[in-house]
Design a protein around this ligand. Structure first.
Ligand code: AMP
Ligand code: MG
Length: 357
C-alpha cells in the first residue's frame, strides 16, 4: 500500500471562505458582506506543478495579471528545480556532477548549505541517492539493506558541494545527488509574494500543495484563517486547529503525507540523514510559521527530523525567525509562544515560552 497525497489538504480555510466556490477569474463575491470586499476584483487559479496542486488567489486591481505572472514563475522554477526533468538545473547537476546553474538555483543551494549547518545536518539536500534507494523517486518502493544505507550516508556531506555564486558553477562529489524537495515550494511561495507586490497587490494567498503563504490581510481587513491538518485524520479532511495570520507562510511536514507500507510497517518520505531511515522520533507533524517561506519549508522538514526536544531547542535559539506547532504521535500538541493569540483548537495544547536571559 502506498500513499502519495498530492495535495496536502491543509485547507486554506480563509481562502475557501472568502472565495466561496469561485474558480477562474471573476468579480469577488464575499460570503460575509462588507463594503471594501464587495468592490474588490479577485482572481483564483489552480495550477499543477512540482508534483502537486497549487491554488493562487489575488485581490484588487491587476489581480488577473498577477496570477498570470505567478503561473509563469511557478513553471519557470519547476523547470529549474525538478529532479525528474532531465533539462533542469538539478537533474543536470545530478547527472554530470558539475553544471552552470541559474541564480535562483545557486541561491537555494547556498541557503540549503547554511541551513544544513544550523540544523546540524537535519536538513540535507544531498538526500537524493537515499530517496532513490527507498524508491521514492520511482514509486518502486523497497526497504534498502543496512550496508547499502551506510554506503549512501557517506556521500551526504553538504559542505562538499562547491558553489561559485559569480559564475553559477556548482560541483558535487561523484556519488552525490541533490533534491530540493524539502525547500523548493517554500522558496516558490516567497517568490510569488514578491511578484504580487511588484503588481501592487496587497492581498493574496497561495497554497502550494497545502503549503500556504499569504500577503497582507483579507480585503475586509481581517487575517487569513489557515487550517492545520490533523495528522491522524483518515481522509485528510479534519484539522487540528486554525491559525490566523498575515504576511506569513504556514508550512507543514508530516509522516502521513507520502509513505508506503511493507510487512505491516510504514515507511515515509522524510529521511533522517543520521540513520538513512525515515525519521522516527515521536513526531507526527511539524508546522512552521514565518514571514520567510523558504525558511518555513526548510525548517518544517528539519525539525521533523530533529524530534520534539531538539526542535524546541532550535526554536529557542531562533525564535526571532519563526514559530512552530508540533503534533506528536501520541496526539499531544505543542505551540510556541508567539502563536498563542493566533491559534485556536478544540483539542488541548501546550504553549512553550522563550527561556529568559
Ligand atoms: P517536506 O514535504 O517539505 O518535508 O519535504 C520532504 C521532501 O524533502 C522529501 O520528499 C524529499 O524529497 C526531501 N527530503 C527528505 N528527507 C530530507 C532531509 N532530511 N533533508 C532534506 N530534504 C529531505
Ligand atoms: Mg519542507
Amino acid at each position: 500500500m502506498k500513499k502519495d497525497r498530492n495535495y496536502k489538504i491543509i485547507a486554506a480555510i480563509g481562502l475557501m471562505l472568502v472565495t466561496g466556490m469561485l474558480t477562474g477569474c471573476a468579480k469577488f463575491f464575499p460570503m460575509e458582506k462588507d463594503e471594501a470586499s464587495e468592490t474588490a476584483d479577485s482572481c483564483s487559479r489552480e495550477i499543477f506543478a512540482m508534483d502537486t496542486v497549487m491554488t493562487v488567489t489575488t485581490y484588487g486591481d491587476n489581480a488577473e495579471e498577477a496570477v498570470e505572472a505567478a503561473e509563469v514563475e511557478i513553471n519557470r522554477l519547476d523547470a529549474l528545480f525538478s529532479v525528474g526533468n532531465a533539462d533542469s538545473d538539478i537533474a543536470r547537476l545530478n547527472a554530470d556532477k558539475s553544471a552552470l546553474v541559474s541564480g535562483e538555483t545557486c541561491e537555494l543551494i547556498s541557503r540549503s548549505k547554511e541551513l544544513y549547518k544550523s540544523t546540524e545536518g537535519a536538513l540535507n539536500i544531498a538526500v537524493y541517492p537515499l530517496m532513490e534507494a527507498w524508491g521514492f523517486t520511482s514509486g518502486e518502493y523497497r526497504v534498502p539493506e543496512e550496508d547499502e544505507l551506510v554506503a549512501l550516508l557517506n556521500c551526504m556531506d553538504v559542505d562538499e558541494i562547491s558553489l561559485d555564486n559569480n559564475s553559477g558553477e556548482v560541483k558535487l562529489p561523484q556519488q552525490m545527488g541533490i533534491d530540493l524537495g524539502a525547500i523548493a515550494k517554500g522558496y516558490t511561495s516567497s517568490r510569488l509574494m514578491d511578484i504580487f507586490t511588484s503588481y501592487n497587490i496587497t492581498s493574496a494567498i497561495v497554497s502550494l500543495g497545502g503549503n500556504v503563504q499569504t500577503l497582507g490581510v483579507k480585503t475586509d481587513g481581517s487575517k487569513w484563517r489557515v487550517a492545520i491538518e490533523d495528522p491522524f485524520s483518515e481522509d485528510g479532511q479534519e484539522y487540528a486547529g486554525i491559525l490566523e495570520i498575515q504576511d506569513q507562510a504556514v508550512i507543514t511536514s508530516g509522516a502521513y503525507e507520502r509513505y508506503f507500507e511493507q510487512d505491516g510497517k510504514r515507511y515515509h518520505h522524510i529521511l533522517d540523514p543520521a540513520t538513512g531511515y525515515p525519521a522516527e522520533n515521536g513526531l507526527a507533524s511539524v508546522t512552521i510559521v514565518s514571514e520567510d517561506g523558504t525558511l518555513a519549508d526548510a525548517l518544517s522538514t528539519a525539525l521533523f527530523v530533529m524530534g520534539k526536544d531538539k526542535a524546541l531547542a532550535y526554536w529557542q535559539e531562533h525564535a526571532e525567525d519563526f514559530e512552530v506547532i508540533l503534533i506528536e504521535d501520541s496526539g499531544e500538541m505543542t505551540i510556541s509562544e508567539g502563536l498563542e493569540d493566533y491559534f485556536s483548537s478544540e483539542k488541548e495544547f501546550t504553549v512553550v515560552r522563550r527561556n529568559q536571559g
